[in-house]
Design a protein around this ligand. Structure first.
Ligand code: FAD
Ligand code: MLT
Ligand code: ZN
Length: 572
């Protein structure tokens, strides 16, 4: 599929010339993020080469997929290798030379702002902070800062902005798209030391806290007051509320409580230039103009650093039931969802999907897990209810199970007899991500698709890959969010070329989203256009320019233009 845009760029033309010049050397496989420069690359020459169908050489990832044989220019190749970020399966970019390199005097200045304790240069601590949860993305930052107050965050950013030092905001570093780690030498700004609970209203359930609070700790705290957090995810023991807000995390309870765009009532945010923006309201209703906080919910640290959060928490309900059900075909899973909505109504709190290969992945790699059912089936559903009246909830659940069995939607199933057994069902579902990391390399796709297409993409990708890799699927069926994962012994460009853009084109064709809940991070800026129009991307770029004119906040992430700025090619 060829796409053209109005934004052409001279430098890209130079780049294209160089690429095709006659001083030729290597013909290795490259993966180039071209962002807005792409159109200029689509010269007649390039296009006809591609149209002629010559075989592999270069892949240009910004809405186009190109293969050709033509070898690359030696000078280009050298330049390329010097400044290239090389995360497997990700867009590869040059370090933006506009960003200053860290100097000793900068470190001294940061010591004055946050004290010795807040300045980390120890290599083992840096290695952890430079590496993402999947061990897939690796940065080379030489400095980790741990501010304790909003004022310190503001002073850090003001200084970084004046020096043009790039910064990666980091929470619990559990993100799954490479957004939380540096691409090159960006300074890591970790919010973990800002972990105070500031207030809790026991009537409304409104919690105000600092961004570095760990989600599970918040859930425990509000639990003592009879409330629960409106979101829950497998990473709850490490992820921070600031990270949850910045990724607009969905998770296991979205079906019941809705997204953070509704539950977050207010934010305090520090902009790239150090300006503190107080939007920390605690009101359910506030129509005084534009709802600016929404820009930072899901902003992935590219527009500002979230320092405080005000969030609405629902009451913790006394009665919980968890059922683990088996279905033989996907049609039955869909029917079961319809039936659950009808029969369980307001007490339905989760409706999760696991296919057999995903269950096998968990059983094989997670110690202590066992198949909850005696025989194997193709699909599983984890259905949870939470309500305030045990007898009433039980009655509803029984009616749902009976109807589902009678109609042939489930062929087997079990209801947890106590919280330990319920926990063991959840361990399987929540542990699949970890199992996949243990199994080797994993290509993760987090898609929103119409529920009827939820499993078709899995089958089509299996057909596309054949025996090259194992495709496993799980996800939040109730929300139409499929987690499509490809597991292989190691990362491999040829395998990736079979997966992308296939998965993204498939998703776009059914008007889905290429990122339902994990965000775009470093993995997917080049895929943004599959889910957003050119005009919408242009507006996003406008917000980025307005709020962070020097582009110091989380560069190379989210926006294709940031993944490949014009300066990327400046010295070619
Ligand atoms: P990080 O990973 O540190 O950062 C994520 C992004 O937010 C980065 O771009 C970072 O720059 C930015 N950021 C972090 N803190 C701030 C801040 N204070 N201000 C500005 N920007 C900031 N996600 C879901 O949506 N649903 C799930 O069900 C789910 N399950 C998961 C299960 C597991 C086992 C794992 C490992 C991850 C899961 N995730 C899930 C991914 C998810 O995005 C995160 O776990 C979580 O929301 C990220 O929070 P964090 O504090 O770890 O942020
Ligand atoms: C989940 O629902 O388990 C998460 O979003 C993590 C993943 O996709 O692996
Ligand atoms: Zn998920």
């Amino acid at each position: 599929m060829w796409r053209r845009s109005k934004h052409a760029c001279l430098r890209a033309t130079q780049f294209a010339k160089l690429l095709f010049s006659p001083h030729l050397a290597d013909s290795s496989y490259l993966h180039i993020s071209t962002g807005l420069h792409l159109p200029a690359l689509l010269s007649a020459d390039v296009q006809s080469t591609c149209d002629a169908g010559e075989s592999t050489g270069i892949r240009i990832v910004s809405g186009v997929y190109m293969n050709w044989k033509r070898p690359l220019n030696q000078q280009f190749w050298k330049h390329w290798q010097r400044g290239l970020a090389t995360s497997p399966g990700a867009t590869k970019v040059f370090r933006d030379p506009r960003f200053a390199k860290l100097e000793e005097s900068d470190v001294q200045h940061f010591q004055e702002i946050v004290g010795d304790k807040g300045v980390i240069v120890d290599s083992s601590e840096l290695e952890v902070a430079n590496t993402d949860w999947m061990n897939k993305y690796h940065g080379q930052s030489q400095l980790l800062l741990r501010p304790q107050t909003t004022q310190q965050v503001a002073e850090i950013l003001k200084f970084c902005n004046s020096r043009c030092l790039a910064v990666v905001p980091q929470g619990g570093n559990t993100g799954l798209v490479g957004g939380s780690v540096p691409v090159f030498d960006e300074i890591i700004l970790n919010l973990g030391a800002m972990k105070s609970i500031l207030s809790f209203d026991e009537v409304s359930g409104i919690l105000v806290c600092e961004a570095g609070c760990i989600l599970e700790n918040l859930d425990t705290f509000v639990g003592t007051k009879g409330f629960t957090m409106p979101l829950d995810l497998g990473a709850k023991g490490s992820c921070q509320i600031g990270g949850n807000v910045s990724t607009n995390a969905g998770g296991l309870r979205l079906l019941r409580y809705g997204s953070l765009h509704g539950n977050v009532l207010g934010l305090e945010v520090v902009l790239a230039n150090g300006t503190v923006v107080d939007m920390l309201g605690t009101l359910r209703k506030d129509n005084t103009g534009y709802d600016l906080k929404q820009l930072f919910i899901g902003g992935e640290g590219t527009l500002g650093v979230v320092t405080k959060v005000s969030i609405l928490t629902p009451p913790k309900l006394a009665s919980t039931n968890v059922a683990f059900l088996a279905c033989e075909d996907y049609e039955s899973c869909q029917n079961a969802l319809k039936e659950a909505k009808k029969q369980l109504g307001e007490i339905l709190s989760a409706f999760e999907f696991i296919d057999r290969p995903a269950l096998d992945m968990a059983l094989c790699h997670l110690e202590g897990t066992r198949d909850p059912l005696p025989s194997k089936h193709n699909f599983y559903l984890l259905v949870e209810t939470t309500g305030s009246n045990e007898a009433h909830d039980k009655e509803k659940l029984d009616a749902f199970l009976e109807a589902g069995m009678e109609l042939g939607y489930f062929v087997d199933g079990t209801v947890a007899q106590d919280s330990t057994q319920a926990g063991s069902f959840w361990e399987i579902r929540e542990g699949i991500s970890e199992a996949l990391v243990k199994a080797g390399a994993v290509y993760k796709y987090d898609l929103s698709v119409p529920i009827k297409s939820f499993y078709r993409i899995v089958e089509d990708l299996r057909a596309q890959l054949g025996n090259a890799a194992v495709v496993v699927a799980y996800g939040h069926l109730g929300d139409g969010n499929v987690h499509l994962n490809v597991s292989a012994p190691k990362y491999d460009e040829q395998l990736l070329a079979k997966i992308e853009p296939f998965v993204y084109e498939w998703t776009a064709a059914c008007k889905g989203s290429v990122s339902a809940e994990h965000g775009l991070g470093f993995m997917k800026p080049h895929a943004l256009h599959y889910s957003k129009s050119e005009e919408a991307i242009h507006l996003m770029e406008g917000f980025k320019k307005l709020l962070d004119p020097k582009g110091i906040l989380n560069p190379y992430k989210v926006l294709p233009a940031c993944a490949a700025t014009s300066t990327c090619f400046v010295s070619v």
